[in-house]
Write a protein that binds this ligand. Structure first.
Ligand code: ZN
Ligand code: ZN
Length: 363
């Protein structure tokens, strides 16, 4: 099968012919239908986060189950699925207390055992699957806990987005922060995740939804997704502008870039008792600074991973929301690229030209 391989950081990916083995115990073979191009992959391409190479990147995908290994009961051949980059085991403390996204049980990732043959190889040598997935490939062998069934009528190119940016953004609002109607929300960064924070705030019936970015074209996308106010932080101080709009600051500020300065700004723009939610992926060794005295005002700063998703409940629900016209996914996809144009897709993302791009992949 064809796959885009990153051989070393800071290099373009190349399309290679890769061997993929059959699914073993607890594993599923999925034919990739579409993969989103997510900013998090870029952190690994640029070396801001470490990853062993060679690696097949891509972690926002949907496809169709082709074959299952023994012991698999949740899915069967023909089922449409969204892929999850955080497979869960279903048995550990995190899984049984409603936080399967925090599962770290190794058996969730390698149900066939750590000593099983590598899932993908190139010229006989093992290739890493980014996030247990590697969706810039025609097929993926993944653990059973890394797939989520979706409604049969859900278009899979849209379902792919649910696998990362949509779940991460909407889930940060509804599951992690639990914003309720009438509360005020600011979001710093209006890329794929930030736009979905805005959609989540619309679903929660937030009163003011303030979008902050440094590019006017991205702020335009933000308005289309439901932002009530926009601030171009290249032209004015975002914290002061939010204070001016709200009087005391917002109830919740979401950092959706992965930038330490933006995280400090998010904390500084929430009111006393308010909460800054860090959604963006911070550089691996970074440190965030916040004014210590503000904690006497009961300000909070919390992390959010994968929208605190309960995979098998939340992901099909987001698909139902799309099918019912309650969330926008068509508008998120601003470009489509072939697998062979994968490097161009990341270049366009770096320049801030796109909201979200999609790579349609079918073998
Ligand atoms: Zn992602
Ligand atoms: Zn678990």
């Amino acid at each position: 099968m064809k796959a885009a391989v990153l051989h070393a950081v800071n290099q373009p990916m190349t399309i290679e012919q890769i061997e993929i083995r059959k699914p073993l115990h607890g594993e599923v073979l999925v034919r990739t239908v579409a993969s989103g191009v997510c900013h998090s992959d870029l952190h690994f391409i640029d070396g801001l986060w470490p990853t062993p190479t060679p690696v097949v990147l891509g972690h926002e995908a949907a496809g169709v189950v082709e074959e299952v290994g023994d012991g698999v009961t949740y899915v069967k051949a023909g089922d449409p699925v969204v892929l999850s980059f955080a497979p869960f085991c279903g048995n550990c403390r995190d899984c049984v207390t409603g936080s399967p996204h925090l599962c770290t049980n190794p058996s969730a990732r390698f149900p066939a055992g750590a000593g099983a043959a590598p899932r993908i190889t190139w010229n006989g040598n093992p290739v890493n699957q980014f996030a247990n997935m590697g969706s810039f490939a025609e097929y993926m062998v993944v653990p059973e806990g890394g797939v989520v069934k979706v409604p049969k009528d859900m278009p899979l190119d849209k379902a792919a987005l649910v696998g990362c940016s949509v779940m991460t953004g909407i889930g940060a609002v509804l599951n992690t922060a639990k914003v309720v109607e009438g509360e005020t929300v600011a979001v710093i960064g209006t890329g794929g995740v930030g736009l979905n924070v805005i959609q989540g705030a619309v679903l929660a019936n937030a009163s003011r939804i303030i979008a902050i970015d440094v590019l006017d074209n991205k702020l335009e996308y933000a308005k289309q997704m439901g932002a009530t106010h926009t601030i171009n932080a290249a032209n004015e101080d975002a914290v002061k502008a939010v204070q001016a709009l709200t009087g005391f600051g917002v109830d919740y500020a979401f950092e959706a870039i992965g930038n330490v300065k933006a995280a400090t700004q998010a904390f500084n723009m929430v009111r006393r008792g308010g909460t800054a939610v860090i959604v963006g992926m911070m550089p691996f060794t970074s440190t965030i600074e916040v004014p210590g005295a503000a904690f006497l005002g009961e300000k909070k700063m919390i992390g959010s991973f994968y929208g605190s998703t309960r995979f098998r409940v939340d992901m099909p629900r987001l698909c139902e929301f799309y099918l019912a016209g309650k969330i926008k996914l068509d508008e998120l996809v601003t470009r489509r690229y072939e697998l062979g144009q994968i490097n161009e897709a990341f270049d366009a993302m770096k320049k801030g030209e796109v909201a979200r791009s999609i790579v349609p992949i079918s073998a």
